[in-house]
Every structure is written in structure tokens, then in C-alpha cells.
Design a protein around this ligand. Structure first.
Ligand code: SF4
Length: 321
């Protein structure tokens, strides 16, 4: 029997960083923003890996790196052990890594009938028309939109548009789907339906998911293993049960504490009140130290390395013990 850790890593990040120049104001000086810094992890066949953190922490940049939409400044993204090429129709990875975006309205062409949009990834692979149409109809059927391929995106609700985006992502039977906040634009009731659809699709078609969300409850529902990201770095990785039962990094504990409490709607605990520091000027030492209740002098001067536990939990904190 093949165990989880023996499964082939489909996608591997090896010390990946991505930086770009930004200008402060219209005539301001150019600064370098490092959105992703020294990130390493593996995504295995058919698994669901969560990536959670506050908005602006670099999650979406990491998602684009995983699809080849962005090329790292340093380090390597490997797909089946080979460097992932920049995404394009003629690459050997075409159709094998797909992405579902937060807002389906902006990812679907409003002028195209739904069946044309869903069929585009197959057209890019030069699949003949009749075969393509059959696959598109099958996939629309699989997401509960049977017979609606002749309509335009504006004729659907937000939840239905996200179903169309799911069909478009699945139609090539990809190995990996990067889901970037796929339910955060939807009402709570539609969120649950969409998450169930994504789980059913994984059972049926077996893609691995890299599932990006700011919502701990959503990644807990969808993912077996979870990465926690803070200011461009992964600070904790653990199996869902371990992370939910015994979060080891102070930031992970703060995220759990920030899950809205029915009695105090909208209030965050003091730990996560306010904005995270700017990634243009990250703090020295441990990046979390200005907000960490456990910070000591060492945290201000030295960046923590990784500590691994027997339960395959790894934590980037000097005092995780
Ligand atoms: Fe807090 Fe220090 Fe650990 Fe950073 S290294 S999370 S500041 S205790």
C-alpha cells in the first residue's frame, strides 16, 4: 500500500522567491517587494493542500507561481521533477495545471457562450470540434449545468458562474487545480454548495488541489494538509487534524482565535488587530515579532529556521517547543 508520503510529488517548490519593483506614489522611488520568500513544499497526486493567511501575505502570487503564470525570481518550481515552464498553449504542461479564480465574472469572457469558454482549454490542445463539444457537454453535466451551454455568463447567478469556471478548469482532466479563494465572492449558502461540488469533482476526476483561502474553516473543510503563510513566508505546515488540534506557531493560533465568534461579531483579538507590516519593509528577525505575544530579543534579530515534529508538523518559530 502506498502511504501519503510515498506518493509522487507532482508539484514541488524549492526555496522559491518572487520579487518585483513597485513605485510608491506617482513620482516616488522604486522599491523591491518580495511577495514570496524562500518557500518550499510539495503537492502530491490527488491530495488537497490548503494555503491560508491574511490578505496581502503572498498567497495569490504563490498560486500564480504554481501555475507557471509567474516565474520565480529565485529557487525552482518543479512539475513531475522538471522545471515548470511559463504557462502557454504549446508547453508540455498545457492543460495539466488549471486555475480557478476568486471572481468568475472576470475570468469568463462575457461575449462568449458558456460552451465556447469551457471548450477553450481543449481548443488550445487542438482537439477536434465534435470530440471537444462532447467533452464540454459532459463537463457541464457534471457540474449541474446540463443543456445550458448556449447561454452567456450574464444569464447565470454568481454560484452558477463559479460552476462554469469549475467545468472549464476540469475539462482537460488536469493533474493540479489551483483554487484561489474560489468561494470568497459567494453567499454563505452558495459557498457550501460550491465547496461540495469541488470535493465531488476531486473524488470523480482526482486532480490535486492547491486550495488558497484566508478562511481557516474553508481550508479545514477542503484540505488534508495545510500551509500557513505570513508576510511571504510559510510559517507552519501540518496535517489538518494536527493543525486544528495543536497549532504550534503563534500566528496560526491567532488565526484560529480570529475566526468570528457569534457573540462578538466582527471583533478580532488584539493579536491580529491592525494591518500586518508592509512587505516593502518586513521586520527584521522573525517577521511576526511585532504582533507576537511570545516575542523575545532573539526574535527581533534572528530569522527562525524550521523545527520538525514527529507528526510531520513543521514550524518556523524559535520557541515552538
Ligand atoms: Fe513569536 Fe519569536 Fe516565534 Fe516569531 S520566533 S513566532 S516572534 S516566538
Amino acid at each position: 500500500m502506498i502511504t501519503e508520503t510515498q506518493k509522487t510529488p507532482l508539484l514541488a517548490f524549492n526555496h522559491v522567491a518572487h520579487s518585483f519593483a513597485v513605485r510608491r506614489g506617482l513620482f516616488g522611488a522604486r522599491s523591491i517587494l518580495t511577495a514570496v520568500d524562500d518557500v518550499s513544499f510539495e503537492l502530491r497526486e490527488g491530495e488537497s493542500l490548503g494555503l491560508v493567511g491574511e490578505s496581502g501575505c503572498g498567497k495569490s502570487t504563490l498560486g500564480r507561481l504554481a501555475c507557471g503564470l509567474t516565474i520565480p525570481s529565485s529557487g525552482q518550481v518543479l512539475f513531475e521533477g522538471r522545471p515548470l515552464p511559463k504557462a502557454g498553449a504549446n508547453t508540455w504542461t498545457a492543460g495539466r495545471i488549471q486555475m480557478i479564480f476568486q471572481d468568475p465574472s472576470s475570468s469568463l469572457n462575457p461575449r462568449l457562450r458558456v460552451r465556447t469558454s469551457v471548450g477553450e482549454p481543449l481548443e488550445a490542445q487542438n482537439m477536434p470540434g465534435a470530440e471537444r463539444q462532447q467533452k464540454v457537454e459532459d463537463m457541464l453535466n457534471a457540474v449541474g449545468l446540463n443543456g445550458l451551454g448556449g447561454r452567456y455568463p450574464h444569464e447565470f447567478s454568481g454560484g452558477q458562474r463559479q460552476r462554469i469556471a469549475v467545468a472549464r478548469a476540469l475539462v482537460t482532466h488536469p493533474d493540479v487545480i489551483v483554487c484561489d479563494e474560489p468561494v470568497s465572492c459567494l453567499d454563505a449558502s452558495v459557498q457550501a454548495q460550491t465547496l461540495n461540488l469541488l470535493r465531488e469533482a476531486q473524488e470523480r476526476f482526482h486532480p490535486a488541489y492547491l486550495f488558497i483561502s484566508h478562511d481557516m474553516a474553508v481550508v479545514g473543510f477542503m484540505c488534508e494538509r495545510i500551509l500557513v503563510m505570513y508576510l511571504g513566508q510559510i510559517v507552519e505546515e501540518a496535517a489538518r487534524e494536527t493543525l486544528f488540534g495543536k497549532p504550534a506557531h503563534p500566528y496560526t493560533r491567532a488565526l484560529f482565535a480570529a475566526v468570528p465568534d457569534g457573540q462578538k461579531p466582527g471583533r478580532l483579538p488584539p493579536l491580529l488587530a491592525g494591518e500586518p507590516p508592509s512587505p516593502l519593509a518586513p521586520p527584521t528577525g522573525c517577521r511576526f515579532h511585532p504582533r507576537c505575544p511570545n516575542a523575545r530579543e532573539l526574535c527581533r534579530t534572528k530569522m527562525p529556521g524550521w523545527k520538525n515534529s514527529a507528526s510531520n508538523q513543521r514550524v518556523r518559530c524559535h520557541f515552538a517547543d
